[in-house]
Design a protein around this ligand. Structure first.
Ligand code: C5P
Length: 238
């Protein structure tokens, strides 16, 4: 099966999601990202509903709490059937190990453990802010690499990062460690508020393993066509 771009469902309600998904053929199994906005409005039911419709779900809640709490929260998220979820690497190696244990404990028997990735430094954080707010004295690049190494040590599958960070992360981690990159724009489209964007083809070229695409699909006049074009470009098809 060719790789599916992950569609960021940055929409305010289940109704808005239903309207959006109605523009796709019913048989098309999508990979969607549910973030805080939608999850905190609609609760766990939104995940069950998407899964029942045959879609894969990346639940982007970026957990960051004491290991025990994260472990139990992850157990619950695995029971929902999420395919991928994430934590903040700043929570520490023990917290990340607990997150993974929770997912393994909560998943259905016979199902794979959900993919678990870490946020290193948020891409909204500047180097100056990191020095000032977090009192981290190394460069932003070193901090991102260090957090990626911690995630790998804890047994996580990979990290969320900007496409510009993929090379430096791959430099320090094993070949199976994955990078998921948002900030993707098909050639010729509007970057919106994203500062540094890459096309799906460029993301594939630099070794990104998953791409997240929101507005170029959700705001397109013909979302299904936009999706297919991005998917083709991502898979290197003409
Ligand atoms: O609409 P757009 O394609 O810009 O959406 C990108 C998605 O990826 C959004 O859900 C956004 O919150 C998320 N994201 C991002 N940059 C990051 C981390 C997450 O754009 N560094």
């Amino acid at each position: 099966m060719s790789h599916r771009p992950i569609i960021a469902l940055d929409l305010p309600s289940k109704e808005a999601v239903a309207d959006f998904l109605a523009k796709f053929p019913k048989t098309e199994s999508l990979y969607v990202k549910v973030g805080m906005e939608l999850f905190y409005q609609e609760g766990p039911e939104i995940v069950r509903w998407l899964k029942a419709a045959g879609h894969s779900v990346f639940l982007d809640l970026k957990l960051h709490d004491i290991p025990n709490t994260v472990e139990h929260a992850m157990k619950g998220l695995a029971k929902l059937g999420v395919d991928m979820t994430n934590v903040h690497a700043a929570g520490g190696i023990k917290m990340m190990e607990s997150a993974k244990r929770g997912l393994e404990a909560g998943k259905d028997e016979g199902c794979p453990t959900p993919v678990l990735i870490a946020v290193t430094q948020l891409t909204s954080t500047s180097e100056a802010e990191m020095h000032h707010d977090q009192l981290i004295e190394v460069s932003l690049k070193e901090s991102v690499q260090h957090y990626a190494k911690c995630a790998e040590t804890a047994g996580l599958n990979g990290v969320v990062c900007s496409a510009q960070e993929v090379a430096l992360i791959k430099e320090k981690t094993s070949s199976s460690f994955v990078c998921l990159t948002p900030g993707i724009r098909p050639s010729g489209s509007d970057a919106g508020d994203q500062k540094r964007v890459m096309t799906p083809a460029q993301a594939a070229e630099i070794g990104s393993n998953y791409i997240v695409v929101g507005r170029p699909i959700t705001q397109a006049e013909e979302p299904y066509q936009a999706y297919l074009t991005i998917k083709k470009e991502w898979n290197g098809e003409k």
